[in-house]
Design a protein around this ligand. Structure first.
Ligand SMILES: NC(=O)c1ccc[n+]([C@@H]2O[C@H](COP(=O)([O-])OP(=O)(O)OC[C@H]3O[C@@H](n4cnc5c(N)ncnc54)[C@H](O)[C@@H]3O)[C@@H](O)[C@H]2O)c1
Length: 332
């Protein structure tokens, strides 16, 4: 049994607790400063150890924590990860890796020297449909990718009614559509066709009540020779999350809302369903947990490496810069 310490058990931390426990491969502890929330979670998941802060958790040698999962707001990720790596724990860090590059190179060096495993929790990389589509593209079945097009939209208040009270309200704590949700789409696009070199972006606050951060974003990107284009909003009625990769001899489409990927090779033909997954959101998180635990056991790579998460952090920062300066922006 792996001894995992989950830091922050708000919305996603509780999901990680539930889904890591569902693997049957962990004993879990939590670290949560909010006393009422901590007690609620400890009651809901019997057998879990609880701590009010990270130092108290790390001081409890008897607990033998081997993995730290950081699910606190993003501006806290880097100092927490540095402390965990210093204490010799493997780390799984929620997306985005941070809200700036401060301390990231130092953390990378610390990870390299200590030899612990580090990964970033870009959840869709554990989605079997996205993984299957990526493998099919990489096999050359459709020829070389030339274009990636993302269409993302969802009614955020329906799925996150507390959005006015959490980190989402400020870019400084990881809020706004760019750092919170677009980052998933950009990371998935990079997974499919390679890293973004340069980009141009537009964003605005159009609809969401009670916040001033952007809720609508358009990005044009270059991934080497591949041209990219992603649009996203957090207020439309339909759940729509697709990423289409157009290749020389065929087109592949990941459809997150319907948990499947499809292809089309005949001009004007029919979509061919390639793979459909269960629609339970927890299942993707259980996959993510199993992939990470497999990697800890040396049985395979992590779904998203620290370096890949760092690259997407640079993309987030370049998008914010491009919106501000209204011009093409290099990612490195
Ligand atoms: N992968 C995904 O699909 C996904 C979805 C939502 C959020 N996230 C990411 O997960 C992180 C948390 O998001 P959330 O929606 O759960 O936020 P949240 O506000 O619901 O929960 C954050 C929790 O962290 C706790 N916290 C704050 N300071 C802490 C500290 N010093 N030590 C320990 N805990 C602390 C808070 O008390 C709170 O309970 C963010 O980085 C966010 O971007 C990822």
């Amino acid at each position: 049994m792996h001894k995992i310490l989950i830091i922050g058990v708000g919305s996603i931390g509780e999901r990680h607790l539930r889904t890591f426990r569902a693997t049957g491969r962990v004993e879990a502890s939590i670290c949560e400063p909010n006393e009422q929330l901590r007690n609620t979670i400890l009651e809901r998941y019997p057998g879990t150890r609880g701590y009010a802060d990270l130092e108290a958790a790390l001081a409890d040698r008897a607990a033998g924590h081997q993995i730290g999962l950081i699910a606190a707001p993003s501006h806290l990720h880097i100092p927490m990860a540095r402390r965990l790596v210093e204490a010799g724990l493997n780390v799984l860090i929620e997306k985005p890796l941070s809200t700036s590059e401060e301390g990231v190179a130092e953390l990378a060096e610390q990870i390299r020297k200590s030899g612990v495993l580090a990964a970033v929790a870009y959840t869709y990389r554990s989605h079997p449909a996205l993984r299957g589509m990526r493998d099919a593209i990489a096999s050359g079945r459709f020829g070389k990718p030339v274009q990636v097009v993302g269409t993302w939209g969802q009614h955020f208040p329906k799925y996150r009614p507390a959005y006015r009270q959490i980190y989402y309200t400020s870019r400084a704590t990881g809020g706004g559509a760019i750092q919170d949700v677009l980052t998933h789409a950009m990371n998935a696009a990079e997974f499919l066709v390679g890293p973004v070199d340069r980009l141009m972006a537009d964003a605005d606050h159009l609809v969401l009540e009670g916040v001033t951060v952007e809720d609508t974003v358009h990005v044009i990107s270059r991934h080497g020779p591949v041209m990219g284009c992603i649009s996203l909003n957090q207020h439309q009625a339909p759940n729509e999350n697709t990423i289409t990769v157009i290749c020389e001899r065929g087109t592949a489409r990941f459809d997150l809302s319907n948990a499947r990927w499809s292809s089309m090779v005949e001009p004007g033909g029919e979509w061919k369903l390639e793979y459909q997954f269960s629609l339970e959101r927890d299942d993707i998180f259980i996959n993510q947990a199993n992939l990470f635990l497999d990697a800890v056991e040396g049985k395979g790579p992590v779904a998203c490496t620290f370096e890949e998460g760092w690259q997407t952090l640079r993309v987030n920062l370049a998008v914010l810069k491009a919106v501000e300066n209204q011009c093409w922006t290099n990612v490195r």
